[in-house]
Design a binder for this molecule. Structure first.
Ligand code: FRU
Length: 481
């Protein structure tokens, strides 16, 4: 370890210790989500199951609740539910990463864990350089930096060239990178390697102003190419889309294209872009495949540059959290996100309210309240239901069977006004809602549509009420680790 690396790691731990009490005394600390011990957390990185253990790294700025020279923080888990916070994996100590060990991924090869990440470098004038770097580990805990393996191509792209995601196919290694063309269009490029150190640029897979898309943003971040149900699915986070009705209402988007990748020419033929999540805070997701063959996803429950300075947790020296882990399934070319089955381990006391006749008058039930819980609402009649769920007078989940729209409304933490996100949903059979002290994740119809958001209700208000039309059954579990 270099001296600079030791200094940085030491300074980061000192920051954790200095703020620990203030951070931990925050009511909005979540009860069953991964958070930074202090400072700012953003993207999930290096998600992998290695020797049976799940590893999730994260973009971390220990020194403030804003962005900056990122570290890789590190969590491990045997079951995707109980996570241990590990020692810092990467600190931005070397010339090729001095302004941040930016996002990237992990693979296993010859018994080693290999991390690919972007070294972010800026000079005094703010000119940027980027390097795709490699770090290797025998035990998944200590990482040996090997330095850059890919430089910015000589022409075609700006230095917004980052977030390598690596996978193996038919004995070869492939990497997608999020890029910006010189004309400032968002792109995804594909590389290939036989040995994981020498990489060849195969070409551009797709992007803004390519054959299959019109204008589609000025930068694409965090690409991930997965194969599900015989199709290739490109998950990516484009920046620069204008809102279109209920679509693209957040500052930046995260979504996917379903198609087919030609591994020789790099051409990806694909359909339209679909947002993965309809809520307020969801960005830069990353997936891995585990030993059960499941395709698992974590997202960052945050939105860069959109009112980040208004989150009330900042007073307590920390900001942002990860989503819950979700299993992906491709059903009729649509990505479903299903909370991983292991999350049922969080369930404590169960309460059921059967056959509730919803009406315009809001009803609440003594036992169906709290700040860390799972709700399962299903139709108990054969007919459709319309529902409005009021959560802590701070958020509302609304399905209207007449206009076929599902919405999440909340009181904005930036200005105190109600704000809404909404999507179409042809019919509603089930709502599964995970509430934590300052988050909500809503899964409709077994993951057909998902809404993820931060909410900051009053601590004393743990009431939930229901109104609408139709008959429903409500199950509630208190959740705890
Ligand atoms: C996405 C992102 C990535 C980058 C990282 C820096 O949120 O901007 O493109 O690698 O965050 O923290």
């Amino acid at each position: 370890m270099t001296e600079r690396e030791q200094q940085l790691i030491h300074a980061a731990y000192a920051e954790v210790e200095k703020h620990q009490e203030k951070v931990e005394s925050d009511y909005y600390r979540l009860k069953y989500h991964m958070m930074p011990p202090v400072g700012l957390l953003n993207d999930p990185n290096g998600f992998i199951q290695f020797n049976g253990t799940y590893h999730l790294f994260y973009q971390w700025n220990p020194f403030k609740t804003g962005h900056g020279a990122k570290f890789w923080g590190h969590y491990t888990s045997a079951d995707l539910v109980h996570w241990n916070h590990e020692k810092i994996a990467l600190a931005p100590s070397e010339w090729f990463e001095k302004n941040g060990c930016y996002s990237g991924s992990a693979v296993e090869h010859d018994g080693k864990m290999l991390l690919f990440y972007t070294g972010n470098v800026k000079d005094e004038e703010g000119n940027r350089e980027s390097y795709q770097c490699l770090a290797a580990s025998a035990d998944g805990m200590h990482f040996d930096k090997k330095g850059p393996v890919i430089n910015l191509p000589e022409q075609g792209y700006t230095a917004h060239f980052r977030d390598p995601k690596v996978w193996e196919k038919d004995g070869k290694w492939y990497m997608v990178i999020g890029a910006q063309s010189e004309a400032e269009e968002g792109k995804v490029v594909l590389y290939r390697s036989a040995n994981l150190t020498d990489w060849e640029l195969l070409g551009e897979m797709t992007g803004s102003n390519s054959e299959q898309l019109g204008e589609f943003g000025y930068m694409w971040e965090c690409p991930d190419l997965i194969s599900l149900d015989g199709k290739d699915v490109l998950i990516v986070s484009p920046q620069g889309l204008a809102p279109e009705g209920d679509l693209y209402n957040n500052l930046y988007q995260a979504g996917y294209f379903v198609g087919s990748l030609d591994y020789e020419t790099a051409k990806f033929s694909h359909g339209a872009f679909t947002e993965l999540d309809r809520g307020f805070e969801f960005y830069a997701p990353q997936t891995t495949e585990d030993d059960k063959g499941r395709r698992l996803l974590f997202g960052w429950m945050g939105m860069p540059e959109e009112n980040e300075e208004d989150h009330p947790t900042i007073e307590h020296g920390w900001i942002h959290t990860m989503t819950l882990p979700r299993e992906l399934k491709l059903i009729n070319d649509k990505l479903y996100q299903i909370p991983v089955q292991e999350l049922t381990k969080l369930r404590q006391t169960e309460t059921t309210a059967e056959n509730i006749q919803l009406s315009n008058e809001a009803q609440s039930f003594e036992e169906i309240a709290g700040d860390a819980l799972e709700l399962l609402i299903t139709s108990s009649g054969s007919r459709e239901f319309s529902i409005e769920i009021n959560i802590h007078d701070n958020a509302k989940v609304i399905y209207n069977a007449d206009d076929k729209k599902l919405s999440l409304e909340r009181i904005s933490f930036a200005n105190g006004n109600w704000e809404r996100r909404r999507c179409e949903l042809a019919s509603l059979s089930e709502l599964r809602i995970f509430l934590d002290t300052s988050s909500v994740e809503i899964f409709a119809n077994g993951g057909e549509e998902v809404f993820t958001a931060r909410i900051y209700p009053e601590k004393s208000n743990q009431k939930i009420s229901f109104s609408g039309q139709g008959n429903v059954s409500i199950k509630k579990w208190e959740l705890s680790l």
